[in-house]
Design a binder for this molecule. Structure first.
Ligand SMILES: Nc1nc2c(c(=O)[nH]1)N[C@H]1C(S)=C(S)[C@@H](COP(=O)(O)O)O[C@H]1N2
Ligand SMILES: [Mo]
Length: 317
């Protein structure tokens, strides 16, 4: 059994607290309660997925409550607990994911297609944010390569561009620039065609056996395990194959701090902090302060180093 707030709280106290929260409504006392505990009292919108489990794993998983409680999703606020709270009513059905641009067979996938068109598999990956914290997450999804092959890229396709939903009514960070970290929305990311076709690159529709929670990027997000987390764009509505490299969200915001490649690299520091080590989320203690050395390409050098043999990684950070 997994330890969630629900099953560690005695049943009668759990229900009392629900009543109390309902009673308080949006009063000032309710606003003093920790936001995450209110969010956790809500009905869970996730459903079970069928997928082929990963057969072997040596990494120790980050607890599920950390994976869905400590998030970066600026559309729902910049604090780590904000996405779980402000995305609690996010509607990811119906959904449309459009794939077009330099392709012979453009495609539109609806919500059901995302879960059924390609066989789902579990991928337990290290996940490393540029802010120097890390997790290990049991993702569920399908290779981006499978999706790209199905649209038949033209010979002009050199980059794959991804776009997050733009919906200020649902995403308070898009409505209010201060709340949303002053990002120019929609959030845009991109990969080279070779990176996109690498077998590690995953389109994820779930984690820990269930569909994605809104704060994790429901209903579909990218996972590129050898790159800093900001490349792993959430809640994708559009994928465009292009000839030219796109201007991606973080490069546009601060090009001297965030590059297009964003490969995890212990030898190339961020201008404001070292990337040589990382804080392990869920390692225990009050502040998860246990650190471990950062691995080159986040531990996936064997699978991806060949993509960058001609690049100076200090210049192409
Ligand atoms: N649309 C969108 N995608 C996003 C972000 C975001 O703010 N908006 N944050 C990125 C960053 S910085 C990280 S570290 C990861 C965090 O993913 P997680 O919250 O599932 O751990 O999502 C990435 N994808
Ligand atoms: Mo990040």
């Amino acid at each position: 059994m997994k330890l969630t707030e629900h099953n560690v709280t005695p049943e009668h106290i759990f229900h009392k607290r629900r009543q109390l929260i309902a009673l308080l409504g949006s009063s000032s006392i309710a606003s003093l309660l920790p936001k995450t505990s209110i969010a956790n009292d809500k009905q869970d919108s996730r459903s079970a997925l069928s997928f082929s489990p990963q057969s072997e794993n040596t990494l120790s998983l980050t607890p599920e409550n950390k994976v869905i409680g400590y998030n970066n999703f600026y559309e729902f606020g910049v604090e780590k607990g904000s996405p779980a709270y402000y995305a609690r009513d996010f509607k990811s059905t119906p959904w449309q994911l459009e794939i077009n641009g330099e392709v012979e067979k453009p495609l539109i996938l609806d919500h059901q297609d995302l879960l059924t068109k390609f066989p789902l598999e579990e991928r337990i990956y290290r996940f490393r944010c540029v802010e120097a914290w890390s997790m290990v997450i049991p993702w569920i999804g399908f290779p981006l390569a499978s999706l790209l092959k199905s649209v038949s890229p033209t010979s002009k396709a050199k980059y794959v561009v991804f776009e997050t939903l733009y919906d200020p009514e649902q995403m308070p960070g898009q409505k209010n620039p201060f709340f949303g970290g002053n990002i120019d929305y929609p959030y845009i990311e991109g990969l080279t065609m070779q990176e996109a076709m690498n077998p590690l690159t995953l389109m994820s529709v779930g984690l820990y056996g269930k569909t994605l929670a809104p704060q994790s990027g429901a209903p579909i997000r990218l996972v590129v395990p050898w790159k800093y987390g900001f490349k792993s764009i959430k809640s994708i509505v559009k994928i465009t194959l292009t000839e030219k490299r796109p201007l991606t969200t973080w490069v546009k915001l601060a090009p001297h701090e965030y590059g297009f490649y964003a490969n995890v690299n212990p030898n190339v520091d961020h201008p404001r902090w070292s990337q040589a080590s990382e804080r392990v989320i869920g390692s225990g203690g009050l502040f998860d302060i246990t650190r471990q050395p950062t691995l080159m390409f986040n531990g996936y050098a064997e699978q991806v180093a060949h993509l960058y043999t001609d690049l100076d990684l200090r210049i192409n950070y």
